[in-house]
Design a protein around this ligand. Structure first.
Ligand code: ZN
Length: 476
């Protein structure tokens, strides 16, 4: 393989590539669906089941998918494994972190380097934000993120979008309400980016106090995904709605929306309500007051034809009485997990001639932002997200000091791994040996290799830089 293609974030795929994954998933779903129907009709059992796997399975023969799960998961792992088997490939798994090499202290970086010679692609699930990006840095085979901390869960998002697209016959300009633990749910973070990219109107309904969207996700929605917030006082239909965004499908619409945001015509009908559970493992307190979606909630006419979606598992926030409601879409959403993951695996492995992702030397499409990169252990600012993979005692030594420089009115340093932004930092210049005394509002002049970013003056001084005054001896 000359190049690679990793999928650690939904934003590693562009819109055309997402549509391409869906086109292939449609094809697989048709194959699976047809044979499932046949099984149903004849009730013949075992023979047909074997036939079903064999039917969709020729092209993956000989390929191996490794599933590395450092966090418990049943559905995601099983759906990846089922997808690989249906493609005709095989899977190897490390699903019990307590008895695996991780428990013995082996780093993820070393594990993926070893597993790269055992398999053709890796799926990773990890409790730390940014773990998939670290794995991709060391793997020599494609890495797919199966959920990393509170960061992202891109394949879940693909299932979610695919469900929306099948239910609404399109993906563009939908109106979607997103409810639950908007802070702790990685699924939601991937999902809202994708919604914005397809021009959706988004209603945010936090499940409880403090469960609003994290500030850096909100900033990205507004500044990078062209979301325009609508005034809540005018547009929020009830107290459950914390924020509303509309997005422009085409750039020229953006200024029209922004200018007229107080007179914007918001479509009344909500095409989908996306419900998520309280992510108790990401909060210190075990239980909280949490909103519930039930038939009473859905009584309002704007939910008359809505699709009720949930990434599952549910733990009480979604009334089981809705299971027989025609609006319930969540089990179908889960079923789409297999054809979607088949499609993604086939594309990263290049199994289908007409459906392949472009491959790149580093495994990723080049971003718009400059990369600031230092060897692991180098001085300078570190990510401020305590759950970031760079702060893991085993993995930290393998994580380079890496940030994307995001130019903005107040420039941001975005952690390369977990994508959390830092807005207050100091810039030091190696050759001149000094640091700028003020927070910089401008891009540092010259080569990024000459620049070191620091969290504060003390850190810069400790590293041997002095304030403002150029001096001859270069600090480090
Ligand atoms: Zn980070």
């Amino acid at each position: 393989m000359s190049g690679l293609r990793h999928v650690t974030s939904i934003n590693d795929l562009d819109n055309a590539e997402i549509e391409q994954v869906f086109a292939l998933a449609d094809k697989y779903l048709k194959e699976l669906g047809e044979t499932m129907e046949r099984t149903e009709r004849t009730r013949a059992g075992a023979n047909l089941t074997t036939q079903r796997i064999a039917k969709s399975g020729r092209m993956g023969t000989g390929s191996i998918l490794a599933t590395l799960f450092y966090e418990p998961s049943t559905r995601t792992r099983l759906s990846f494994e089922s997808a690989m088997l249906r493609l005709g490939g095989r899977t190897i798994t490390s699903a019990d972190p307590a008895t695996s090499s991780a428990a013995k202290g082996e780093s993820l970086a070393d594990t993926v380097r070893v597993v790269s010679s055992y398999a053709d692609a890796i799926v990773i699930r990890h409790p730390r934000d940014g773990a998939a990006k670290l794995a991709a840095q060391y793997a020599s085979i494609p890495v797919i993120n199966g959920g990393d901390g509170a960061h992202e869960h891109p394949t879940q998002t693909l299932c979610d979008l695919f469900t929306l697209r099948r239910h609404n016959k399109k993906l563009k300009n939908l109106s979607v309400a997103v409810s639950g633990d908007l802070r702790g749910s990685r699924t939601i973070h991937s999902f809202v980016y994708a919604l914005a990219r397809f021009g959706a109107a988004i209603r945010l309904m936090p499940g409880g106090k403090g469960m609003e969207l994290p500030a850096h996700v909100d900033w990205r929605l507004r500044n990078e995904f062209k979301c325009v917030p609508l005034p809540k006082a005018k547009y929020a239909e009830d107290d459950a709605v914390d924020a509303l965004y509309v997005t422009a499908e085409r750039p020229h619409q953006l200024s029209l929306i922004a200018d007229a945001s107080s007179n914007y015509k918001l479509k009344k009908a909500v095409d989908a309500v996306y419900v998520t559970r309280f992510q108790k493992e990401r909060w210190s307190e075990g239980a909280r007051d949490y909103m519930k979606v039930d038939s009473k909630f859905l009584q309002n006419s704007r939910y008359k034809n809505t699709s009720v979606m949930h990434p599952l598992p549910r733990v009480g926030e979604l009334d089981i009485a809705l299971d027989h409601d025609t609006r319930a879409a969540y089990f179908q959403q889960a079923a789409y997990g297999v054809p979607i993951r088949m499609a993604l695996i086939a594309e990263v492995l290049g199994l289908e001639k007409n459906f392949a992702l472009a491959q790149f030397k580093t495994g990723f499409r080049h971003g718009d932002y400059e990369l600031y990169e230092r060897p692991p252990g180098d001085s300078g600012i570190r990510c401020r997200n305590p759950n970031c993979i760079v702060h893991d005692p085993y993995e930290g030594p393998y994580a380079a000091n890496k940030f994307l420089y995001v130019p903005a009115e107040a420039p941001r340093l975005r952690c390369y791994y977990c994508e959390t932004d830092i807005v207050d930092f100091l810039i030091a210049h190696r050759r001149r040996g000094h640091y700028d005394s003020k927070l910089s509002r401008r891009r540092p002049v010259g080569d990024f290799r000459d620049v070191v970013f620091f969290a504060d003056e003390e850190a810069a001084e400790t590293a041997g830089f002095s304030k403002g005054q150029p001096r001859r001896a270069a600090g480090k």
